[in-house]
Design a protein around this ligand. Sequence first.
Ligand code: ARG
Length: 659
Amino acid sequence: MHIPQLLQQRFVDALKDLTDDPDAFASMIRSTTDPNHGDYQCNSAMPLCKALKQPSREVAETLVSRLKVDDLCETPTVAGPGFINLKLRDEFLTEQLRAMLGDARCGVAKTQQGGSIVIDFSSPNVAKPMHVGHIRSTVIGDALARTLKFLGYQTITDNHLGDWGTQFGIIIYGYRHFGDPQVVNQNPVPELSKLYRHVNQLIEYRKALASKPKTIEAIETATNDLAAAESSLASLPAKEQKKAKKNIASQQRRIAGLRDELQSLDGKIQAVESDAALMADAQKHSDIDTAVLQETAKLHRGDPENLALWEQFLPFCKDEINRIYDRLDIQFDHTLGESFYHPMLGPIVEKLETMGLASQSDGATCVFLDGFDAPMIVRKQDGAFLYATTDLATLEYRLKTFQPAEIVYVVDSRQSEHFEKLFAVADAVGTGDVKLVHVNFGTVLGEDGKPMKTRSGSLIGLESLLDDAVDRAKQVVCNPDRLENFDPPMDESEQEAIAEIVGIGAIKFADLGHHRTSDYRFNLDKMVALDGNTSAYVQYSYARIQKILERAEKAESDVIDMVESHGIQLTHPAERNLALMLLKFEEALVAVHKDYAPNMLVDYLLETAKVYSKFNESCHVLRAESPTIQATRLMLVALCGRILGVGLNLLGVGVVQRM
Ligand code: ARG
């Protein structure tokens, strides 16, 4: 049940003879912020009054007189300049709730839209351990896939693994120079990670050495410029001072940023130079960065030895990430990595050339695009293909294989330009009417507001982050004071199972709760609190509901019988608020799809849990005043429990029966 859509249809009928575009005006229906103004309001009278050359209040009155909503609403009222306030009839609410009982879809309509939606998400570069940067694509993509599927879309999830890039050059090099075949064979996953980290650290050291002098120079120049700007400030005319001060402030910020960068470079240099063994390796492998690129290039050319190593290592790398996906309860329909598209790269470049879209520039093959400063390079001078080439081949393959209506790429905002170019080239090649969307997202920051790193400057491993969250969840949920209240007592294995669900859920829910395009600060304490805007709060509401149902000895099927025999009646405002909230579930899900924004569902679940809590404070269920009131309240409780459970599940967050 999508109430605004239902009301919108009625408004379209009422608006038909008043405007050429009734749909646009009818779509101006919103939830009210003040319950005194009803449940929904329609704001179309104000924009419409200009065209009709009538006062907006009069337009609103006319609309109300034409509107046929008796079956849904009490008599609409007009307020202020012409807001049309709509209050749903109690009978309408209770009928809808009655229909939701026993309905696995929770009253949510199935979309009529055909065509599939491909969702490209997670897509880490394997061969290196997953880190904090991989949370967002994985969690947002999974929540979108689950929600769209629930809405009835045919979804195709695809993990576009980076299984063919430089990271393999790194482990091949590492294996050859630092690896012990026997140790690697015995314990491949941790050993390969170790080799990756080791070689990467040496490369980072080289890079840091090379960029340190440049950074120092940049700081010096910026500091001199700043001093000059500061000393000339007083002599400037008053009008120009404001602007100059702004420039000074921005210069100061830039210097602070450069200093941070220098500090991080020093950290990388220190980490190697303070360790004799590392330092010896660094000296011996002074050309490690180019050597690694050569190993990668050899692999791409089909060098049999490198190819054999790649084939030997890849399954282990996949095992490693699959372990994390299992823990996160994430599945994909397909995992077609970059390597899968390798044979298609030459042909796609040829196709672009034949179509006259690609041309040579400085030995490289490029697609020049209107509106972009730089072209899209699809083949480098040395013949190597690029990330963009693979994405073009991937797109062509997906169009041919899945014939989707929509392809959604859940990828970091820093790749926005890449996708703008990709979509522009796709448009030039011709993709039919498929909708291509870059669902971009911001960065996870540490508590200091900077990208989250470990002390040595590397990104924090995803697994250790999950472990920390689970530990924290255990401290919060299973502290001795709380444990006293459980009967039968909670044994160790139940405590661990709860901590895992609450801890992992906390990380996902906190991530999804921020609008995807904004950065957010990672704060475990806040994420796992029982009384904040957290999954633990919603999970706790769910568990309390299970307890009430258990005490009442009523399953949802029993509640159906109860309302059949005793009827339904809303007698308290807290009941009505909860009823209305439960009927807004579909609205929340549709909003998630509209902007690819899972935070809309997070907000809905938090709001519902809060409204439930008010209901729980003011309405007795087990000691209700009459059988009808009890049947009504049990219905609300049962439906609320189910919607919270289903809603959390759509976010990839689990529930527990007690906590
Ligand atoms: N592997 C890439 C990275 O880690 C992300 C791939 C996203 N998907 C795509 N089709 N480009 O940056």
